[in-house]
Each structure stands twice: as structure tokens, then as C-alpha cells.
Design a protein. Structure first.
Length: 222
């Protein structure tokens, strides 16, 4: 009877985990899981949601993630145009905009332009913006996205491993990974990694799924 009960409980847990993964609830083995709003942050380390923006169909020109900083929320709002989102993160007010490489905000401090962001014609896209703090050695669960992901690092360094190899980004740098491949992301070096990040995902699909069909080779530096 006990064995049957334990088996039932294990099956129930497995089913709930599968449902959570399909819904994008289980996304990283870190506090916040990239789903909890940043306003509900309870500690420094973790990944938290700062904003989502439904963008719809996007032009087929090469698109980039533009990051600008402003002294106030009102100043950022006044400069926001099409496909722009105002976000407060790491003590700054940001204007995030998805646009071509030549786009410029009418005001504000230009921080970075990251891309191009590989997209697919005919898809409807949602921009999901997050912030993450990873102490040295912290790793996310192996996962994949239904659209490109991009990062900008405010401090520390990260290593992204996919079946194609590794990409390392450091303070003041950005990185992009296309839709599809499984990935393993980790904080490397001796400094805490702080990053803002974007997943530009297919609106009709979960923004993230856990990947069990690949294991990293451990090529990232420590």
C-alpha cells in the first residue's frame, strides 16, 4: 500500500513538473526563476521579470536591442517610440527598444546596441525583459527559447554553452543566442554577474522550456 502511494505521489509530481515546464514556470534553478516580478525580489541573487511587451509581427530588416538610460521615468517615457519599453532595473531607468541598427532615441544616454536578433517571418513576437544576479559559479538549468535571447552585462562575466560551442561575455559587453538550441548559462570568474536580458519569443509558444536532450561538455572557464 505504501509502495503504491509513493508511486502515485511520484507520478503526480512528475505530471505537475511537466505541466509547469510546458507553461514556462520552471525556467532556471535560481531564485525568482525569471518569472517572479522584480518588485517581489526577496534577495540579491536570482533572475526576475522586469517587463513584457507584445510586439506582434516584426519587419524583416535586421533588428537590434537598443538600451538607453535616463534620470527619471518621465524622461524615458517622453523618448519612448514604437516597440519601446520603459523599465526600472539595478537602480537605473532604462528605455529598451527593438529596432534597426540605425535607430536612435531622441534623448537619454546610449548604453548599448545588441544584435542582430534572428527572427522568423510571419511570427508574432513578445519581448520579455529580465534582470539577473548570479554569484560566481551559479548556473541556470539547461533550457531553450522560442526566439532569440540577448544579454547586456553590468558586472562580472558569463559563459553560454550550446552544441555549437561557447560564448563568453564580460562587463560592458552583450551576447545573443538564436532560437532553438539547448543552452547552459553560468557565471564565471570571481565577480558577481549582473545582467539585463531579453527573450524575444514566439507569442504562441512558451518563452522557455527545460531541455533534456543535451548535456554540456563543460567547456566554459571557471
Amino acid at each position: 500500500m505504501r509502495l503504491r502511494s509513493a508511486t502515485y505521489k511520484l507520478g503526480l509530481i512528475t505530471s505537475l513538473l511537466a505541466a509547469a515546464t510546458a507553461a514556462g514556470i520552471v525556467c532556471a534553478q535560481v531564485p525568482g526563476g525569471c518569472n517572479t516580478p522584480v518588485s517581489q525580489r526577496t534577495g540579491e541573487a536570482g533572475c526576475y521579470l522586469t517587463a513584457t511587451e507584445l510586439l506582434g509581427a516584426l519587419p524583416q530588416a535586421a533588428l537590434f536591442w537598443h538600451l538607453y538610460a535616463y534620470p527619471t521615468h518621465a524622461a524615458a517615457e517622453s523618448a519612448k517610440g514604437s516597440r519601446g519599453t520603459v523599465v526600472e532595473s539595478f537602480g537605473k531607468v532604462w528605455l529598451y527598444t527593438i529596432a534597426d541598427s540605425e535607430w536612435r532615441a531622441s534623448s537619454g544616454e546610449r548604453i548599448a546596441t545588441i544584435g542582430p536578433l534572428p527572427i522568423t517571418a510571419g511570427k508574432q513576437y513578445t519581448a520579455r525583459y529580465m534582470e539577473a544576479v548570479f554569484p560566481p559559479g551559479m548556473r541556470a538549468a539547461i533550457h531553450r527559447h522560442s526566439g532569440p535571447e540577448a544579454w547586456y552585462l553590468l558586472s562580472g562575466a558569463q559563459c553560454l554553452e550550446t552544441p555549437e560551442g561557447i560564448t563568453v561575455a564580460r562587463t560592458g559587453e552583450g551576447a545573443v543566442v538564436p532560437e532553438g538550441p539547448p543552452m547552459a548559462l553560468s557565471s564565471v570568474g570571481t565577480e558577481t554577474r549582473r545582467s539585463v536580458l531579453l527573450v524575444l519569443h514566439d507569442t504562441s509558444q512558451p518563452w522557455i522550456t527545460i531541455a533534456s536532450d543535451w548535456q554540456p561538455r563543460g567547456s566554459c572557464p571557471k
